[in-house]
Design a protein around this ligand. Structure first.
Ligand code: HEC
Length: 129
């Protein structure tokens, strides 16, 4: 019984603490269900560094290569690095990541990012050392 309980607590612990790789899998699966290929790091890099109809790019606040700190385009508040190799808190909570994708994609694209776009960006960020 004790064994079963500890196994369960290990499992639920894993379920709550997401990793960047878990989140990447999540977005890839979502994109696949929509018939889209995803998880392409070079495409993620170019998405992150391009404008999409509005004035801002992702890089406008996060920096072109977000291994370093970014700076908010309006408030000039410092934004911690986006690359999980340099900031272990990144992409460790799906709900938090989703909240910011929703908000930032609206600012940059005037729509939500697709699962494929999120997977591409995340694949690129994970590849940065
Ligand atoms: C106007 C400034 C601004 C722009 C433009 C912007 N972001 Fe952000 N982003 C922020 C801020 C502020 C936060 C939250 C503070 C933090 O997490 O350090 C954030 C956080 C995030 C997070 C949360 C990551 C995590 O799990 O910790 C993701 C994902 C993200 N941004 C993706 C993007 C993408 C993709 C784009 C381009 C489509 C983009 N951002 C454009 C300001 C911006």
């Amino acid at each position: 019984m004790a064994l079963v309980l500890s196994a369960l607590s290990v499992l639920s612990g894993l379920a709550w603490a997401d990793s960047p790789a878990d989140l990447l899998d999540h977005y890839k699966t979502e994109a696949k269900a929509a018939g889209l290929g995803a998880g392409d790091a070079p495409r993620g890099q170019s998405f992150f560094n391009s404008t999409h109809g509005n004035e801002w790019k992702c890089a406008s606040c996060h920096g072109a290569v977000p291994t370093g700190k970014g700076e908010h385009a309006i408030t000039h508040k410092v934004i911690e690095p986006m690359a999980p190799a340099l900031n272990p808190q990144r992409f460790s909570d799906l709900a938090k990541t989703e909240k910011w994708f929703r908000r930032n994609c609206k600012d940059v694209l005037a729509r939500d990012c697709s699962a494929a776009e999120k997977a591409d960006v995340l694949a690129w960020l994970i590849s940065l050392k």
